[in-house]
Design a protein around this ligand. Structure first.
Ligand code: CP
Length: 299
């Protein structure tokens, strides 16, 4: 039994197999490979895409779902711990997809679970399944998973999706990375130290304009009110807004990505431009997550 807690839990062979399966789903449609499977989606933090794409992928693959969408309706309100909740639910189902507001929660769940735990976002920790379909999106858009320049933009300190993505991209050849943010929202040193140790070429800057012309991917992030004080949020929220004039500085074929939800950081006037890839990215989350579960529960 394997858990998926960090993006580093996936080998490159796993990723290739999941992408091959996703290709098949997109080409031939879904097969009932999760028939007789019941999966619990336990969401102790709000979600639109992650929960519903997992659940749709399970249902389209012939599986069934039980779900927590309102933590207040569970016995955690009586004081039950995450560990006890997971210990019990893992005795009912074949896998648990868990979102929780604390970094490290998925690891804690995995220690007590008798079935695979898939991390669907743990606070400011990681969001490995997001990164999996982010990479699939890049592969679709650029036709490769190596030899490109990615600019990660905005809220890099708290944004778990870019933490996982950077860890994932570090294993592919010649991916250069630029981190653009206000100094107080810079990528944390644990990730930067990993990149340095692996000899990855990266730069940190506050200047978006200087790096736009060489970017193949601009990955925008949301200013997360949930992790910032009101003063910080008001000061930082509009610092890097992607508008059509920003998109116009990107080279032909370059794309704009975002895990979504967005608030104000990408103008809706960008949505119809060829660079706008974030809704295609969100759509790919469903088949990639279906392929992941099919693969994970059968190998
Ligand atoms: N990208 C993402 O995790 O979106 P949700 O919070 O809506 O699941």
């Amino acid at each position: 039994m394997r858990h998926l807690i960090s993006i580093t839990d996936l080998t490159t062979n796993d990723i290739n197999a999941i992408f091959q399966r996703t290709d098949q789903i997109l080409h031939d449609g879904f097969q009932p490979t999760l028939a007789h499977t019941v999966i619990a989606t336990l969401f102790f933090e709000p979600s639109t895409r992650t929960r519903l794409s997992f659940e749709t992928g399970i249902l389209r693959s012939g599986g069934r779902v039980i779900s927590v969408t309102d933590p207040a309706a569970t016995s955690t309100t009586k004081g039950e711990t995450l560990e006890d909740t997971v210990r019990v639910i893992s005795s009912y189902v074949d896998a648990i997809v868990l979102r929780y507001p604390e970094a490290g929660a998925a690891s804690r769940a995995a220690i007590v679970s008798t079935v695979p735990v898939i991390n669907a976002g743990d606070g400011t920790g990681e969001h490995p399944t997001q990164s999996l379909y982010d990479l699939y999106t890049i592969r679709q858009a650029l036709g490769r998973t190596d030899h490109f320049h990615i600019v990660c933009l905005g809220n890099l300190k708290y944004y778990r999706a870019t933490r996982s993505l950077v860890r994932l991209l570090a294993r592919y050849p010649n991916v250069t990375m630029t981190f653009v943010s206000a100094p107080e929202l810079a990528m944390k040193t644990d990730i930067l130290d990993e990149l340095t140790q692996q000899g990855i070429n990266y730069q940190v800057t506050t200047n978006l304009t200087s790096v736009l012309p060489t970017a193949d991917v601009v990955y925008q992030t949301r200013m997360q009110k949930e992790w910032l004080s009101d003063t910080e949020y008001q000061r930082l929220k509009d610092q890097y807004i992607i508008t059509p004039s920003v998109a116009a500085q990107m080279k032909p074929g370059a794309i704009i990505m975002h895990a979504l939800p967005r608030v104000n950081e990408i103008s809706p006037t960008v949505d119809s431009l060829p660079q706008a890839y974030y809704f295609k990215q969100a759509a790919l989350g469903m088949p990639v997550r279906a392929a992941l579960l099919q693969y994970w529960l059968q190998t």
